[in-house]
Design a protein around this ligand. Structure first.
Ligand SMILES: [Fe+2]
Ligand SMILES: [Fe+2]
Length: 291
């Protein structure tokens, strides 16, 4: 199976200031000043075209397609992603897609725009989705909820982990927006990380996935299986951003055979050529970072 993993697309949608309230004003100001130029339209178009030219089996999008979860952002995200949205896609939301309470209640916007690409619901009070693609089982977790200004931390209930394990699938792939491990040079604060990830990692030990796909921290990495997390971890955030000293951006193409990873190709956007090109994979041992 050839799997493409992209994340944190943060599409550069212009919003009318007059329609923004509360946290969205702060979030949109922050995005306009600091990030809009980084996630520009030419990178978005190049990413979509590059993916269209690849013969793949699965496309995983691990959250943060919007910035402040405004309905216009979801609309535009759906239009931009339209050339890629087919039965091979599996998506989960990110914290920016759950940015405001009204993006979740009364109608969860992420689900209403992207419902067909989120897999089937597993009976649960919490978000837990499953999809079979090319003979592999993908589980999707939602680690997000609307939080106070300047908070971006995540949490996955241990009940969701238990229900995932109760499905009894072997060699499955887990998709969640928040990292379960960070390299030492890119640690997250408590206001940004998944707060209970060590408990989650320990609970997964009875039947671990073989691959955990995430985003949220906007710099790519790959973690090899280790003692606590006996599985590969891959961060493809942000796939629509140009790299700089602190953010090594791009996406990954993963070749899988019999639940074993045969190859991971990292692709990153090159400003000079205006295209995505093969780039060095940033691989680490579990000891090079923290769960
Ligand atoms: Fe993000
Ligand atoms: Fe995020």
């Amino acid at each position: 199976m050839k799997l493409i993993h992209i994340s944190d697309l943060h599409f550069p949608t212009k919003l009318p200031w007059s329609q923004l309230r509360g946290k969205a004003i702060v979030g949109y100001t922050n995005y306009s000043l600091r990030r809009r130029k980084k996630h520009n339209h030419s990178i978005v178009q190049s990413l979509i075209q590059t993916i269209r030219n690849i013969d793949y089996d699965a496309l995983v999008i691990s959250g943060d397609i919007t910035n402040v979860s405004h309905p216009k952002e979801f609309e535009e995200a759906k239009e931009l992603l339209a050339p890629l949205l087919d039965e091979r896609v599996f998506m989960v939301p990110g914290n920016h897609d759950r940015y405001q309470k009204k993006s979740v209640h009364p109608v969860p916007l992420f689900e209403s725009f992207f419902g067909p690409f989120l897999g089937t619901k597993i009976e649960s009070d919490s978000y837990l989705r499953k999809k079979e693609i090319a003979g592999h089982t993908f589980f999707g977790w939602d680690s997000n909820q609307p939080l106070a200004i300047a908070k971006a931390n995540g949490e996955v209930s241990l009940e969701v982990v238990k229900q995932t394990l109760a499905e009894g699938k072997k060699n499955y792939i887990l998709v969640c927006h928040h990292p379960i491990w960070n390299p030492n040079h890119y640690l997250e604060s408590n206001g940004h990380k998944m707060v209970n990830r060590k408990e989650v990692a320990i609970q997964l030990q009875s039947n671990p996935p073989f691959l955990y796909l995430h985003g949220h921290s906007h710099s790519n990495w790959h973690k090899l299986p280790g003692n606590i997390c006996a599985f590969h971890v891959l961060n493809s955030a942000s796939s629509t951003r140009s790299s700089d000293a602190k953010h090594l951006s791009g996406f990954h193409i993963v070749s899988i055979q019999n639940a074993k990873i045969m190859d991971i190709q990292r692709m990153s956007y090159q400003n000079l050529s205006g295209s995505f090109e093969p780039t060095k994979l940033l691989s680490y041992q579990e000891e090079d970072g923290q769960v």
